[in-house]
Design a protein around this ligand. Structure first.
Ligand code: NAP
Ligand code: ZN
Length: 349
């Protein structure tokens, strides 16, 4: 089946309208009419070939929400009309230790929602900047938010789970002091979620203008990271720092803010490497520098249900498909509060 999409034909080219094919739903597949799709910074990294291995044409998008259009004969968990989401994962090996632990995100055979091998044409997966998607039921998430919030739920499928998973893994809750570095798509969700989990939250930003907004998102304190005095006031005090920054920067400036046994986990994935941290900043206080990648399917459902229960959605700016290229430029300037979401109805052409 042919559907309209938005994608790029090469790394240096802007995104433009194109048509792609979707497979007919198999016995375990769910066919989804996509209503909205968030714009993640990872989309920009990949469609511009900043990370290695982008296949073209590339149709990005892994913060997908919509309604079930049809289901295969063996699908029992979903029915046409259900509100559902697809995040960053559309397949995995289903039998390794990671899959059995519900951590499909760490399966060596994980198939991402776009730019991963598939038997479907053209040979790699194509994402949510499109009218429809067909996905195995195991990777389909149920949305329990009210329908009016659907567009603002989309970013939970990547920005939400990528921040929720490390916050849970490192046991964030009451009595814990948590830093969130970078107030963008991921960071603003990290602030909301850490606050909802009961932690004392400190937001770190390079933008003085985001100070007030960070408090409204749920931060207890805000630090402008370019200000050495403000940074020094938090020395040796954090249990966890969640670093979402999309560009190389000085990690030592944050490592020294961790208390003994504290952890900084990187979720930001810049195109070029950070300078190595000073090893003394790790060994002196037995600190850990870690990483974390999205989250498994069960945990993504847990996060969506947690957000529905606590009334949490992303702060979004809804855009038309023909505004995607402009949205990328604005995202690079930090000019978005805090996630662009595409209205996929504008793909109808
Ligand atoms: P985003 O909306 O662009 O936010 C990134 C934020 O980082 C910016 O808003 C800015 O915050 C800060 N920042 C940007 N450039 C900076 C610089 N040179 N120095 C210091 N701070 C800077 O991006 P996003 O969608 O949240 O994604 C963030 C990163 O996470 C990307 O690299 C993305 O690929 C990656 N990611 C990883 C995973 C994973 O599984 N680990 C999943 C999704 C995305 P302030 O203005 O507040 O300073
Ligand atoms: Zn993403």
């Amino acid at each position: 089946m042919l559907v309209n999409a938005y994608g790029a034909h090469a790394g240096g080219r802007p995104l433009e309208p194109l048509q792609i094919t979707r497979r007919a739903p198999g016995a375990h597949d769910v066919q989804i009419d996509i209503a909205f799709c968030g714009i993640c910074h990872s989309d920009l990294h990949q469609v511009r070939a900043e990370w290695q291995g982008t296949q073209f044409p590339c149709v990005p998008g892994h913060e997908i929400v919509g309604r079930v259009a049809a289901v295969g004969a063996h699908v029992h968990g979903f029915r046409p009309g259900d509100l559902v989401g697809i995040g960053c994962i559309v397949d995995s090996c289903k039998h390794c230790a990671d899959c059995e632990d519900g951590l499909e995100n760490y399966c060596d055979g994980m198939i991402g929602t776009y730019n991963f091998p598939t038997p479907d044409a053209p040979g790699w997966t194509l994402g949510g900047y499109s009218q429809q998607i067909v996905v195995h039921e195991r990777y389909v998430l149920r949305i329990r938010h009210p329908e009016e919030q659907l567009a603002a739920v989309a970013p939970l499928l990547c920005a939400g789970i990528t921040t929720y998973s490390p916050l849970r893994h490192w046991n964030v809750g009451p009595g814990k002091k948590v830093g969130v570095v970078g107030i963008g798509g991921l960071g603003h969700m990290g602030i909301k979620l850490a606050h909802a989990l009961g932690a004392h939250v400190v937001a770190f930003t390079t933008s003085d203008a985001k100070r007030e907004a960070a408090l409204q998102l749920g931060a207890d304190e805000v630090v402008v990271s370019r200000n050495a005095e403000e940074m020094a006031a938090h020395a040796k005090s954090f249990d966890l720092i969640l670093n979402t920054v999309a560009a190389p920067h000085n990690l030592d400036a944050f490592l020294v803010l961790l208390k003994r046994d504290g952890t900084m986990t990187l979720v930001g994935a810049p195109a070029t490497a950070h300078d190595s941290p000073n090893v003394f900043n790790l060994i002196m206080k037995r600190r850990t520098l870690a990483g974390s990648m999205i989250g498994g399917i069960a945990e993504t459902q847990e996060m969506l249900d947690f957000c529905a229960e606590h009334g949490i959605v992303a702060d979004i700016e809804l855009v038309r498909a023909d505004q995607i290229n402009d949205s990328y430029e604005r995202m690079l300037k930090g000019d978005v509060k805090y996630r662009f979401v595409i209205d996929n109805a504008t793909l109808a052409g």
